[in-house]
Design a protein. Structure first.
Length: 69
């Protein structure tokens, strides 16, 4: 199984979201790791949700490329 790191983004100093994609043929296993160990404001949570939504779009594009190459 080979790991391809698809996306990593830092929202602020204490919020770090990383998305890891593990590929086997055309099957993708996705793991999201984050530093969600604090209490966040509404604005920070809204930003986190927006980032995760963007990651979901990236996964779809990545999966399409893998399946169609």
């Amino acid at each position: 199984m080979s790991e391809k790191k698809l996306y990593a983004d830092k929202i602020s100093d204490d919020i770090d979201i990383q998305l890891h994609v593990y590929m086997v043929d055309t099957t993708a296993e996705i793991q999201i790791s984050s530093s969600f160990d604090n209490v966040y404001t509404y604005t920070e949570l809204k930003t986190i949700i927006e980032k995760l939504d963007r990651m979901a779009s990236l996964i779809q594009g990545y999966k399409w490329r893998v399946e169609n190459e």
